[in-house]
Design a binder for this molecule. Structure first.
Ligand code: SAH
Length: 236
């Protein structure tokens, strides 16, 4: 009996509000982690912890901020979107990153996925082709104090040669086929998750793995991402 009362008291005092009364989104964030991620099968505790730690609202433009933790993609300006939380979590979990690995992201967008990766204790390299979004993401990530994120404004189709090879590559815009340079820049044992397919047609997320210099790939789920472009209007 005493134990039950103790557990009840512990549950009562461990409400989200007691953790940080200043954060109005704490409860929504915890609900997102539980109902959208855990309930759908995301089980890596480090991934779940990353989603509890990163304030998604900080990456969402003011006019959409109240939808920050909704189960949907959200516009981030420049015709681009931040993916639904579950997709970000799935792509993060499937890469199975280990601390201190080097991870390349193509399509920084708002910077949210980069922050999630940084919470996984990896070194993040992220490229964004749209200058306005790149500048905005840089400011948000700096304000939040992320230090292990290296940002570059430019076309990610060619990867980031100087820092290759990467243990993992995560692509958040969709080309018609996997860019050859990204395959090249994958380390031995490296993993890549990438949406492939044309806009307005079926796209699939592909998981690639490099073993003994050979790439094996499989499609894992149908998705809808913005196209990979060269920044001048050409889509890849
Ligand atoms: N990962 C982002 C979501 C990005 S949406 C987030 O967490 O918010 C996809 C992004 O890819 C867009 O910002 C788009 O501008 C960018 N993009 C498209 N083509 C690109 C390219 N060739 N190189 C780098 N970024 C590109």
């Amino acid at each position: 009996m005493a134990f039950v009362i103790f557990m009840l008291m512990a549950a009562l005092f461990n409400t989200t509000e007691s953790k940080n009364p200043q954060d109005p989104y704490l409860r929504q964030r915890e609900e997102m982690v539980r109902l959208q991620l855990e309930y759908r099968g995301i089980s890596d505790s480090k991934v779940l912890e990353a989603f509890s730690n990163v304030p998604r609202d900080a990456f969402v433009p003011l006019e959409y901020r109240r939808y920050s933790y909704a189960d949907q993609p959200i516009p981030i300006g420049e015709g681009q979107t931040i993916s639904q939380p579950y997709i970000v979590a799935y792509m993060t979990e499937v890469l199975q990153v280990r601390p201190n690995e080097k991870v390349l992201e193509i399509g920084t967008g708002s910077g949210y996925q980069a922050a999630i990766l940084a919470e996984m204790d990896v070194e993040v390299f992220s490229i964004e082709v749209n200058e306005i979004l790149a500048d905005r993401a840089r400011i948000i990530l700096e304000n939040l104090g992320y230090k292990k994120i290296n940002l570059k404004t430019g076309d990610g189709y060619e990867g980031w040669e100087e820092h290759a090879p990467f243990d993992a590559i995560l692509v958040t815009c969709s080309p018609a086929s996997v860019p050859p340079k990204l395959k090249e820049q994958l380390a031995e044992g490296g993993r890549m998750i990438i949406p492939v397919g044309l806009q307005n047609s079926v796209q699939y997320l592909y998981l690639l793995e490099k073993q003994k210099g050979k790439i094996r790939q499989k499609s894992v789920m149908p998705v809808r991402f913005v196209p990979m472009t060269d920044g001048k209007g050409k889509t890849y």
